[in-house]
Design a protein around this ligand. Structure first.
Ligand code: PMT
Length: 221
């Protein structure tokens, strides 16, 4: 039954947004609440998996019964994910990771000075792309938050980051994306669109996604 579908599988899920420090009291982040990733972690546990959840900044409580690892920045998240990769069977990257971080982190609170100030940013490593290049047996699911040309951008990310599946949400759509209890997603594999789901609770999206993952693993993809 469904309760044993992922029995014996080690699943790592990332959730929430990363926090990129400017100084001791200021940072850059995004609107991720953690809900999508938490729903996936919970659904994986209900299917019998051994779940590790790597969480950045979240606005709701983490689920029970899963191993939770707290991180702050994209760099922290990269370490936490890459270090655990060898032992994992499935990795699902629902976190909203900052593409850039401040070039320097001030050790003291930055003082107000001129009328204008410039904050220099540098690129973060892409976690999904890194694990996509390191993967051996792992089944990897990426996410994509898009505001336009969703199919094109999703397929580009899937190929570039070497994912087995990619879940895209058009975050401009009603009831989709950041913060909501619902989502509207399109799931892709290397040959294209697999499924376009209607608006569903994040819990239902998570269950649906994991049924698809379990099915693919069973078929030896
Ligand atoms: O947390 P919620 O409020 O429930 O919202 C859910 C969500 C909108 C955050 C989620 O459904 C979602 O879309 N997550 C991915 C958001 C995102 O960062 O998308 P992206 O298109 O910028 O990145 C694509 C993929 O690369 C993602 O799997 C992301 O985790 C990964 N990435 C991006 C940048 C980076 N430096 N490292 C990464 O691993």
């Amino acid at each position: 039954g469904e309760k044993e579908l992922l029995q014996g599988k080690k699943v790592l899920v990332t959730a929430g947004g990363t926090v990129e420090r400017i100084d001791p009291v200021r940072y850059l982040t995004n609107d991720s609440s953690g809900k999508m990733g938490f729903a996936i972690a919970e659904a994986a546990r209900l299917m019998g998996a051994d779940v590790t959840l790597v969480v950045g900044k979240a606005s709701v409580q983490t689920p029970e019964g899963v191993r939770t690892v707290r991180v702050e920045s994209a760099q922290d998240m990269l370490e936490a994910v890459v270090g655990r990769l060898p032992e994992m069977d499935i990795v699902i990257k629902a976190a909203a990771v900052a593409d850039y971080r401040p070039a320097e982190q001030a050790e003291q609170k930055i003082k107000k000075k001129d009328a204008e100030m410039t904050l220099k940013l540098v690129k973060n490593s892409d976690i999904l792309q890194t694990i996509g290049s390191l993967k051996t047996k792992q089944f990897i699911v990426g996410f994509a938050a898009e505001t336009q040309s969703i199919d094109e951008h999703a397929m580009d990310k899937l190929k570039r980051k070497n994912c087995d599946l990619l879940v895209a949400n058009d975050v401009t759509q009603e009831g989709a994306g950041f913060g909501h209890d619902t989502n509207v997603v399109r799931i892709y594999d290397r040959s294209g669109l697999v499924e376009a789901l209607p608006v569903m609770s994040k819990r239902e999206v998570a269950r649906h996604l994991l049924l698809t993952v379990a099915d693919r693993i069973r078929k030896g993809d």
